[in-house]
Each structure stands twice: as structure tokens, then as C-alpha cells.
Design a protein around this ligand. Structure first.
Ligand code: AMP
Length: 224
């Protein structure tokens, strides 16, 4: 049975920085996980809710899986980074709210000592990234021939060992780039965590989903 057919609200949350910053936001609107997500190994957390809310449960996922749960109706709502949503091949959800948390940038980076990094017409480049689709779109738009090398982590290593000329990665403070002798050479997108909503849930559970979005919007706007 899908989440849409069940009672209550199932919210898929990306583990890591997004979960850490989303827990206080949800707490402020009256949804408190019964167990500390940092201490438990459970993947489904029931929440204590303020009067007026139906039962709410949080499902904790790898960021890249949040859109899939939404698309298949296994969650009514989800919280994931814009990077993950841009990379996902589809848009089978509504995206009603920028939560303004887990902010960072998606950039192209190169070695600090790369003389071609500033060139406007660099010919062809090899780009290491886990954001294959985003990188492909970005370089196609800039008219640069790019060979994309798919990696699953530690992208910063690739230019240092000659695997790639560029990386496409997330940057927050810039410390990781600096520590590895790299620098951002192009911005691709500003990134923050977004609330997404399953389209069927928006119809079938309209009042609770709308209330959830409205409460979160109020909370987010209050902290702007
Ligand atoms: P920083 O050193 O602060 O620039 O952080 C860069 C490292 O943290 C890179 O490995 C990024 O992939 C990762 N990172 C930064 N911000 C985020 C975020 N909002 N979500 C996931 N990973 C991030």
C-alpha cells in the first residue's frame, strides 16, 4: 500500500546535513521525532505531534532516493537538496517551498595552478562528478565539449591525480576545495533544501498536506 492510501503523513528526509537542519524546523511546527535521529539506527521515526496533526512519520533516506519515494507515492512529502532534484530524471512532484537550509553552491572547480581554468573557449575537458546530468547540461549550454566521468564521492581528488581537468561539486565554505589546491571557476546553481510533495497526496490528503506546507512556510518566512 502506498503512503497516499494510508492514514497520516509520511515525510521522506535526506539524511545528513539536511536532516540535522530539518529536525528543528519540524519541531517548531509541532512535529517532534520520538527518537534522536542521530542516535537511532531506525529508518522510520514516528513523531509526537501537536494537537490537530494526524500521525506523522519520518522516513530517513539517502538524499538521491528522496525523489524516487515521492514519485512512487511511498512518501507524501520530502525534503531534499536542489542538487538532487536537478539531477533526478523527472519532476513528478510539486516543489512548493524553499526551506532555506543546507545552503551551498554547485560549482565547476579546477586546480589552482590550471592555466586553462580561466579560458573562455577551453576546447574539450574531462569532468569528474556525481552530478552527471547537471554537468552534461551545463557544459552543453556553454558550448564546451565535456567528457563526463561519473564518481560517487571525493571528487576533489580527481584533478590532483590526473583523472579529470574539472569537477562539478557542492561547495559551502570552500575549505575542502582550498585544502586540496582547487578553486571554483564557474557557478552553476545556488542550492538549498526544498520541500517537495507527491502529486496524488496533494489531492487525496489536501487539507493535511496544505496545512503542512503552510506551517512550514510560516516558520521559514519568520526566520528570513
Ligand atoms: P566545504 O568544505 O564547506 O566547501 O564543503 C564541501 C564538501 O561538503 C564537499 O565535499 C561537498 O560535497 C559537501 N557539501 C557541502 N555542502 C553540502 C550540502 N548542502 N549537502 C551535501 N553535501 C554538501
Amino acid at each position: 500500500m502506498t503512503a497516499s492510501a494510508e492514514e497520516g503523513l509520511t515525510v521522506a528526509v535526506a539524511k545528513g546535513r539536511i536532516l540535522d537542519e530539518a529536525i528543528p524546523l519540524l519541531g517548531d511546527i509541532g512535529i517532534r521525532a520520538r527518537e534522536d535521529p542521530l542516535r537511532t539506527r531506525k529508518l522510520i521515526l514516528e513523531a509526537d505531534v501537536a494537537p490537530g496533526w494526524p500521525p506523522v512519520r519520518l522516513v530517513l533516506l539517502r538524499a538521491q532516493d528522496v525523489p524516487t519515494y515521492l514519485e512512487y507515492g511511498a512518501a507524501d512529502a520530502g525534503i531534499a537538496g536542489r542538487d538532487v532534484l536537478l539531477e533526478y530524471p523527472g519532476e513528478e512532484w510539486y516543489e512548493p517551498l524553499d526551506l532555506g537550509i543546507a545552503r551551498c553552491r554547485l560549482v565547476v572547480a579546477a586546480r589552482e595552478d590550471d592555466p586553462r581554468a580561466q579560458a573562455t573557449a577551453p576546447g574539450s575537458v574531462r569532468v569528474a562528478t556525481k552530478f552527471e546530468r547537471i554537468a552534461r547540461r551545463h557544459f552543453a549550454k556553454s558550448g564546451v565539449r565535456a567528457e563526463i566521468v561519473k564518481l560517487y564521492g571525493s571528487m576533489e581528488l580527481a584533478p590532483l591525480v590526473g583523472l579529470a581537468d574539472r569537477i562539478v561539486d557542492l561547495v559551502a565554505t570552500g575549505n575542502t576545495l582550498r585544502a586540496n589546491g582547487l578553486r571554483a571557476v564557474e557557478d552553476i546553481a545556488d542550492v538549498s533544501a526544498r520541500l517537495i510533495v507527491n502529486k496524488a497526496s496533494m489531492k487525496m490528503k489536501a487539507s493535511v498536506v496544505k496545512e503542512f506546507v503552510a506551517k512550514l512556510r510560516e516558520r521559514v518566512e519568520a526566520s528570513r
